[in-house]
Design a protein around this ligand. Structure first.
Ligand SMILES: *Cc1c(COP(=O)(O)O)cnc(C)c1O
Length: 366
């Protein structure tokens, strides 16, 4: 079987796949309601929050859109912190719905500049919300989210977070950091297939929601709240199979223990970076303090043909990794190590790379 090592979807444990194959039940019945309440409580444990939390059928981007349209109005000033493709996407969603967006952008491979964020917040008191990516999967950067959140909350702003590729793999304590709306996606750290976004909503976010005028229907938090609180349901037919799968997946995470899950991701990310450096590879994130624990990006150097590398890995070793997106296409390759991943998996990837790298031209040029 192929080793899928991209930043989502990830492989899923057998128990999770098996749970998915169960026959359908009534999504308006008591049994499903109980399941919904159970998985929602477990998700809150992983989010480290007592805020409301909703399961939205859609992908991570849907969760990001929900974060925007539920708390903002057209014309609201938003400070978007972007360090790559997904940061740009968050800003674009806000712009699409009429927000007045200012972007603080970092060079690819670098984290958010906290001082620049501070200055931007000071220079425009009318900013209502900060939107930011926790873990930028396009470059393998993890942002100093705790510091950014502190700046935003001290200044009385809302903070909405794309934690799509961090939540459940990298520590993201929602209540401790005061994060207002936080979105993640099932196919990233959760050992689940794609198909749902999970979104937490703070008291401040609810307050903003009461007067927020951006158009919304499918993603409306008021409808989500009403259905969940009254019946343990969702307003629209949810991804029932995925809710089945969440039971074993969340139980596995909680049984391993959150600190242990984070420690495993830290250990495996370090092992990946060390292994790559030992093969003469150049990490795309120069300052390893900001290197992601869920995805590692590597610069194609010394004659390496990145597309050829990915093809050789796939065809000859059944190892599937990612390339670069947009402006980084052909320039970097990315290895996902999130969710259901062990040291043994990464050892296999590194062993394959050792043979594949020279075959793909690495070392043929300076
Ligand atoms: C994967 C990802 C997304 C987008 O998620 P989809 O499920 O593809 O919509 C957004 N942000 C980050 C950081 C991601 O890694």
């Amino acid at each position: 079987m192929a080793q899928l090592r991209i930043p989502g979807p990830t492989p899923c444990p057998e128990e999770v796949l098996k749970a998915m194959s169960r026959q359908m039940i009534n999504h308006r019945g008591d049994e499903f309601g109980e399941m919904m309440r159970s998985v929602t409580a477990k998700l809150k444990t992983v989010f480290q929050t007592q805020n409301d939390l909703y399961l939205l059928t859609g992908s991570g981007t849907g969760g990001m859109e929900a974060a925007i349209v539920n708390v903002l109005s057209p014309g609201d000033k938003v400070l978007a912190i972007s360090v790559g493709v997904f940061g740009d996407r968050f800003a674009n969603i806000a712009r699409t719905y009429g927000a007045d967006v200012t972007v603080v952008k970092s060079e690819d491979g670098k984290p958010a500049d906290v001082d620049a964020v501070r200055k931007a917040l000071q220079s425009d008191p009318k900013i209502k919300a900060v939107i930011v990516t926790h873990n930028e999967s396009s470059t393998g950067v993890v942002n100093p989210l705790g510091d950014i959140a502190k700046l935003a909350k001290d200044a009385g702003k809302l903070i909405m977070v794309d934690a799509v590729s961090s939540m459940g793999g990298i520590d993201c304590p929602v209540d401790k950091w005061g994060l207002d709306v936080v979105a993640t996606g099932s196919q990233k750290c959760w050992m689940l297939p794609p198909g749902m976004a999970f979104v937490s909503v703070s008291k401040d976010a609810w307050k903003a929601h009461a007067t927020a005028k951006m158009p919304r229907f499918y993603w409306d938090f008021t409808r989500a709240k009403k259905f969940y609180e009254e019946k343990g349901q969702t307003p629209w037919t949810p991804n029932v199979s995925l809710v089945y799968a969440m039971q074993p997946a969340l139980d596995m995470i909680l049984k391993e223990g959150l600190p242990n899950v984070f420690a495993r991701h830290t250990r495996i990310a370090k092992m990946t970076r060390e292994g790559l450096k030992a093969m003469g590879q150049t990490l795309f994130v120069a300052d390893e303090k900001y290197a992601s624990n869920t995805v590692t990006a590597v610069t194609a150097t010394k004659g390496l043909d990145q597309k050829k590398l990915n093809k050789i890995l796939r065809d000859e070793f059944q190892v599937v990794i990612s390339g670069g997106q947009q402006n980084l296409e052909g320039k970097i390759y990315r290895i996902g190590h999130l969710g259901w991943v062990t040291e043994k998996d990464i050892k296999e990837v590194l062993d394959a790379l050792k043979i594949a790298l020279p075959k793909a031209g690495f070392g043929s040029a300076k």
